[in-house]
Ligand binder design. Sequence first.
Ligand code: NI
Length: 184
Amino acid sequence: MTVREILKMGDARLLRVAQPVTAFDTDELHLLITDMLDTMHAANGAGLAAPQIGVDLQLVIFGSGEFNPRYPDAPVVPRTVLINPVLTPLADAQGVLAEEEGWEGCLSVPGLRGVVPRYQRLRYQGMDQFGDPIDRSVEGFHARVVQHECDHLMGVLYPMRVRDFSRFGYTSVLFPGLDAAQDD
Ligand code: NI
């Protein structure tokens, strides 16, 4: 098991537009994903993007499949490896691309949380590590996690999407009930 160093906001490598993955089901790709899973689990993260460990590729992992102490109220999201993703916001029955607000944190922005608007419903397409296609339509927390992780592939960190800075701050102040050991 190899837990890799997670880059923190301010590192220019987090601001790059990532390159597409061109070779699937390779030893190199499987090793990278194993390291990313180990790193995400060690940090109790809900997701991790390759640029966060300094790898300039369009590859994200997310989901827990189980209870996550950093997001105790979050619904379970299936554990997913998503490569070369394409995101399409989905309109509701009235034809509206609805947004909803929600609290986010990021392993590259430790100790902070903020309210970020995201599309409520979303279709995402891409490949898994074997080159098999993924095509899902999701909503709510699942859609939020995907948007957060895929933002990393465009060099966007969630504080760049915060609109109301009265709801952006230190986790220990905003949510004093959370165990400090579970703080990011
Ligand atoms: Ni993040």
